[in-house]
Design a protein around this ligand. Structure first.
Ligand code: AVJ
Length: 323
């Protein structure tokens, strides 16, 4: 469902990103069950909360993936051809890519992210620490097709997609993303990708229900953002954070549960909630090595090498374009 421009013009300096956000929110809250896309968690406050999540004792993915990139960094870097263009899908903190850049001789680094401001700050920091590295930031939503900068034409391409962001996609979207990355990077490309693994349910549960309540604030922040950017009137105290592991679908689900019967207005639309009704705000799929390999193959990638930590909590894969 699309929001009409005149309805938005009253509340917002109208631009494309705001309009996509508005359209998604109105459309997704109009459905049953209600949902919101996890890509909207990451405004400035949400990105800061996510950084806090990554260092929580219960949240194992970030530190485990960093451990793999450190311990196996030389083997991973050895797969990256000299002079390759390293294209990072969704560039957050630069900690992970630095582990690769320190170990290989790339021709260019291309961070792709929806948030342009963040990208430029990050590009400047990298240029300072890696003098001589050509950085070509691309401000784009990497879940849709985008063009690579002409400067990297002719360089071998290596994609980098850490953080198990793939887990946020529904299986059909994950497969579409892998295909689109394959098309964007082209023949002969590689993709280094971090994927969170299925494991003990208690460990999964705790990682998304931390005792300090940071994940709850992260989840609720999307309502704060709707209130601010779309003139919504969500009462934060009337919603509770809940994460559950859905075993049949191999995924953590985050929800915001309405504590009471209530009605909320966003951009002139009314949304009513029953007591206990949920907004499904995120799915975080957990893969087995077999299911990930099958997914990659179906999207014309071949698994060249895979690495996990000792306890097989998290995995990093080097894929090669096939087909
Ligand atoms: C950034 C999508 C990998 O799913 O673990 C962390 C986001 N959500 N805690 C994840 C998140 C709640 C995270 N990803």
């Amino acid at each position: 469902m699309n929001v009409h421009a005149p309805a938005l013009a009253e509340v917002l300096p109208f631009d494309e990103q705001a309009s996509a956000f508005a359209g998604d929110v109105i459309g997704n809250l109009s459905q049953y069950p209600k949902r919101l896309s996890p890509k909207y968690f990451y405004d400035a406050a949400g990105s800061e909360l996510f950084e806090q999540i990554t260092v929580l004792p219960e949240y194992y993915p970030t530190r485990t993936e960093l451990g793999i990139l450190r311990d196996r960094g030389d083997a991973i870097a050895a797969l990256i051809p000299k002079g390759a263009a390293l294209v990072e899908f969704g560039a957050g903190a630069t900690t992970k890519v630095r582990l690769l850049l320190e170990r290989c001789d790339v021709g260019a680094y291309v961070p792709v992210d929806i948030s342009g401001d963040f990208l430029n700050a990050q590009a400047d920091a990298l240029r300072k620490d890696f003098p001589g590295l050509d950085v070509y930031p691309v401000a784009a939503d990497f879940t849709a097709p985008f063009a690579l900068p002409a400067e990297i034409d002719g360089m071998p391409k290596v994609g980098f997609f850490p953080g198990s962001t793939l887990g946020n996609f529904e299986p059909h979207e994950a497969s579409a993303f892998l295909r689109s990355a394959r098309a964007i990077l082209g023949d002969g490309a590689q993709l280094i990708i971090g994927v969170d693994l299925e494991k003990d349910e208690r460990v999964l549960y705790d990682a998304y229900n931390d005792s300090a309540g940071v994940t709850a604030r992260f989840n609720l922040n999307v309502l704060v953002r709707i209130n601010r950017e779309l003139g919504g009137n969500f009462d934060l105290s009337a919603f509770t954070h809940r994460s559950i592991y859905n075993r049949d679908r191999h995924r953590i689900e985050m929800h915001l549960i309405s504590r009471k019967a209530q009605s909320v207005r966003v951009l002139g639309h009314n949304f009513s909630f029953r007591p206990g009704e949920s907004i499904h705000t995120e799915s975080s799929y957990k893969y087995s090595l077999e299911r990930f390999t099958a997914l990659a193959r179906a999207a014309d990638w071949k698994v060249r090498e895979s690495w996990t930590d000792k306890e097989a909590m998290f995995s990093v894969h080097a894929l090669m374009a096939s087909g």
